[in-house]
Design a protein. Structure first.
Length: 160
C-alpha cells in the first residue's frame, strides 16, 4: 500500500465506522437469535418409528354423547390451582373431558414439555376459559399431560 491509500483508510468519517459496526453487530445479533434464542415453533415434531396418530376429536361439551358408566368421573377441571383430579384412571375406550375454569386460555398437551412427543393424540391444543376438550383413550397405558402455557400444571391419565 502506498501512503495515499493508507491515509484514505485512516480518514474515514466516524459515521461510516458507526454504520459498519452497527451492520456487523446487527447480523451477529439476528444470527444468535435465530440459531440460539428463538423458541421452537413446531411442537408436532415427527418421531421416527411412531405410527401415524389419530386426530383428536374436539367438541363442545353440549354436543357430547353420554359416556359409559359415570361420565362425571371422566371430567378433568383446570382451575387456578391446576388440573383436578391430577391423576385419573379409566378403562380403555373411555373418553376424558377437560374443562377450563382457570380464567384464561389454556392447553392440553402430551408430555414432555415443550416437545409433546410421548402421545401425540393428546396434543389437543388451546381452549378458552369455559371451553372443553375431549379425547377417547383406546390403548392401555399411562399418559402424562400438561398445560403448555403453564407447564407446572400437570396431570396423568391411566388407561387400564
Amino acid at each position: 500500500m502506498n501512503n495515499t491509500e493508507e491515509d484514505n483508510y485512516k480518514k474515514r468519517p466516524l459515521w461510516q465506522w458507526i454504520m459498519i459496526y452497527s451492520i456487523i453487530g446487527g447480523i451477529i445479533y439476528f444470527a444468535a437469535y435465530y440459531f440460539v434464542l428463538k423458541p421452537p415453533h413446531n411442537y408436532n415434531i415427527p418421531v421416527v418409528g411412531w405410527s401415524q396418530p389419530q386426530e383428536a376429536v374436539q367438541q363442545p361439551i353440549q354436543q357430547l354423547t353420554p359416556m359409559q358408566n359415570n361420565d362425571t368421573k371422566n371430567v378433568v377441571i383446570l382451575d387456578s390451582s391446576g388440573f383436578s383430579p391430577a391423576t385419573l384412571t379409566i378403562k380403555a375406550g373411555f373418553t376424558v373431558i377437560w374443562k377450563n375454569n382457570s380464567g384464561q386460555s389454556a392447553t392440553v398437551n402430551s408430555d414432555p414439555h415443550p416437545i409433546h412427543t410421548d402421545y401425540p393424540p393428546l396434543n389437543l391444543g388451546t381452549f378458552p376459559n369455559g371451553g372443553t376438550l375431549q379425547l377417547t383413550f383406546d390403548k392401555p397405558g399411562t399418559y402424562g399431560y400438561h398445560n403448555h402455557l403453564n407447564p407446572n400444571e400437570k396431570g396423568t391419565i391411566i388407561v387400564q
